[in-house]
Every structure is written in C-alpha cells, then in structure tokens.
Design a protein around this ligand. Structure first.
Ligand code: FES
Length: 108
C-alpha cells in the first residue's frame, strides 16, 4: 500500500445520553463521516488520503472532532457545511482552515 499524503481521523465515539461529557456522535459526527466518505468517493481521494474513525480523542466538548496528519491539525465543532471547505482548502489545497481549528489551549 502506498503511503497516503494525509491521514484524516474523525471521532465516532458515543456515550450514554445522560453522560455529562456528551460525545462526538451526539454532536453530529455520523453524518459528517458519511459526507466525507461520499466526497472522497466522488473526488477519487481514497488513494491519496486515508480516512478512519476513532474513539474519543479527549476534546469532547469541541466535538465533532477531526484530526489531520501529517500536520497534526485538530478541527472542532465541524459541521456538514464545513466538509467541502476542509477538503478544498486543506486536504487538497494544503492550507489548514484556521477558522475551524480548536482553540489554541486545546491543541494547535
Ligand atoms: S467523544 Fe469525540 S473527542 Fe471525546
């Protein structure tokens, strides 16, 4: 397998509805994962960019959380309306989307 240019990780962790931490699934990660998968297929990105779901990455309150390597950029509160922007500007264009990064005290 060829080494991917980037690796995208999206949290798909869930917790009980009454858990005060909540989860990325409760905050909308499932439709987000589906939207990225669809765009990856339509744009033929699977060979260049690896995409996986993960368990909790520890920043639940900023979820849905998404992490992009090799840059180590963490995005938070990612919405469906952000999918094309992240793909166009960062995953394809190479420039992280500053406005969608988690606050600096979480992880820059
Ligand atoms: S549940 Fe996604 S970061 Fe914790």
């Amino acid at each position: 397998m060829a080494r991917p240019e980037k690796h995208v990780l999206i949290c798909a962790h869930s917790r009980d509805a009454d858990d005060p931490k909540g989860s990325c699934t409760a905050r909308g990660s499932t439709p987000l994962i589906q939207a990225f998968s669809k765009e990856f297929s339509e744009r033929g990105l699977w060979g260049k960019i690896k995409f996986n779901t993960t368990s909790c990455m520890g920043s639940c309150e900023h979820g849905p959380i998404m992490l992009v390597y090799p840059e180590g950029v963490m995005y938070g509160k990612v919405q469906l309306s952000d999918v094309n922007r992240i793909i166009d500007e960062h995953l394809v264009g190479g420039e992280p989307v500053e406005a969608l990064k988690v606050p600096k005290d979480v992880w820059d």
